[in-house]
Design a protein around this ligand. Structure first.
Ligand code: AMP
Ligand code: GLY
Length: 430
């Protein structure tokens, strides 16, 4: 089968890396891809947002499957266009993807279907005065969110009423978030550990992949600004088999059934971002795609054939795929970022040391560029996802392997966290 992967980050590098291991792959192409992906697959210079171009490429080149990495093309309806053209695509329709692109839809959907989440109120563009009045009186801390897509930057946790008013002004400032900030969701602050669970859905049935934990803050000890994710590990020991059973029964099953009953059949990866509270798992957010950088640790632990799984999801056949058992080993991904990320940063810094790595590590490229002279330079905020995978043994050894690799890599201004996956150690130590 010919397969097209759409996107250009670490998540797409991990998708390509895993798909390449499938026996049924004939041609593997990534659009637009990146220099790391180019070592494994063909790349085609078509932007992820160019639905027409991607459709034409998939048609002419007889792609048996197209896999969408990022949320924007799904929110723009690429799955609907492929379906009209009779082409197989992994990812939900625009209406099903609304579970990510509209936080107000997602919150009301969860309320309708009894899916546990944070208590909330929604304020539309004309209700700013109501929001101001509500924030003066609401329980603290409180969480404010831009309702639209905001690349992980539209969420502010506020400890005081003053902070909440400032956050409201910031989110509704058109210059910062455009239409994403027109509607604001004000939420109860949830306490607990976070976890990410990916359900691969065919509209009716699903399997889950290994639970992961992301590290969203820029600095060690979960300090600093929210980012796209500074590292991840899997499996997350906080998601014990009994917690996973609750997540399936109380969250994933009602979500899939709810989407079906509302005429929004969910085909694709349903990403549940969860808070494991003392009262049980609650949804922080749903995403309509694989997470980044969680994919970089979840896919290497999947023992099945990813191509077979994704095709089964597209064809309504997930029931034929075996639910994977909890992995014996572990994977740890440390993101190496540019100085200044998630705010302004410079690019074009030469990356060195990638030749020195061992078989236990995979370096997923997130923001890199190949220069005409063959050298590799930085080209984004998140630059590399240095990932160690071990098939057995304690996660401590996987953490050591990831950092041993990180310590061989250098570029000017590199920044990374030193505490990725440390929570897993605390969990195993009891
Ligand atoms: P989101 O983009 O909705 O995943 O939010 C980004 C991050 O903000 C989450 O990973 C959490 O760390 C935090 N967050 C979001 N909503 C809440 C909430 N209701 N309570 C506590 N923390 C939250
Ligand atoms: N790792 C967070 C996300 O992909 O949204």
């Amino acid at each position: 089968m010919n397969v097209l992967v759409v996107g250009s980050g670490g998540r797409e590098h991990a998708l390509v890396w895993k798909l390449k291991q499938s026996a049924r792959i004939e041609r593997l192409v990534c659009a637009p891809g990146n220099p790391g992906i180019a070592t494994l697959a063909e790349t085609a210079p078509i932007a992820a947002g160019d639905t027409r171009g991607l459709l034409e490429f998939a048609r002419v080149n007889k792609m048996g499957l197209t896999v969408i990495g990022p949320e924007q093309p799904l929110a723009a309806g690429i799955a609907d266009e492929f379906q009209k053209a009779g082409l197989r695509l992994f990812g939900p329709s625009r209406r099903a993807a609304e579970i990510e692109w509209s936080k107000s839809f997602a919150k009301e959907f969860m309320r309708r279907h009894g899916i546990p989440s944070a208590a909330f109120r929604i304020f539309g563009a004309r209700q700013k005065a109501d929001a101001v009045a509500y924030l003066a009186t609401c329980p603290l801390p409180v969480v404010l969110k831009a309702a639209g897509l905001a690349a992980g930057k539209g969420v502010i946790v506020c400890a005081t009423a003053d902070e909440a008013q400032q956050a409201l002004a910031h989110l509704t400032d058109n210059a910062a978030f455009g239409s994403a900030g027109e509607t604001i969701v004000v939420e109860e602050f949830l306490e607990g550990e976070e976890a990410s669970v990916f359900a691969i859905c065919d509209g009716y049935q699903f399997i889950t992949l290994a639970p992961a934990q992301d590290h969203k803050r820029a600095l060690d000890g979960d300090q600093g600004m929210n980012t796209g994710g500074m590292g991840a590990y899997a499996p997350a020991p906080v998601v014990s088999p009994s917690v996973m059973a609750q997540i399936k029964k109380n969250i994933l099953e009602p979500a899939i059934r709810g989407m079906e009953s509302e005429g929004r059949l969910y085909r694709g990866c349903l990403y549940a971002g969860l808070m494991l509270t003392p009262a049980g798992p609650r949804v922080i957010e749903f995403n309509c795609r694989f997470g980044d950088p969680e994919t970089q640790v979840v896919l290497p632990l999947y023992e099945g054939d990813l191509l077979e799984l994704l095709v089964a999801a597209c064809d309504g056949m997930v029931g034929r795929i075996e639910q994977p058992s909890p992995p014996a080993g572990s994977a740890v991904c440390v993101v190496m970022a540019s100085e200044g990320y998630p705010e302004a940063y410079e690019t074009g810094k030469t990356i060195e040391g990638l030749g020195l790595l061992t078989d236990e590590t995979i370096v997923f490229h997130a923001g890199t560029r190949r220069q005409p002279d063959g050298s590799l330079v930085t080209a984004g905020g998140r630059v590399l996802g240095v990932t160690a995978v071990r098939g057995e043994g304690p996660i401590a050894a996987t953490i050591d392997a990831a950092y041993a690799a990180v310590d061989k890599i250098t570029f000017d201004g590199m920044h990374f966290r030193r505490d990725i996956a440390r929570r897993a150690l605390n969990a195993t130590a009891g």
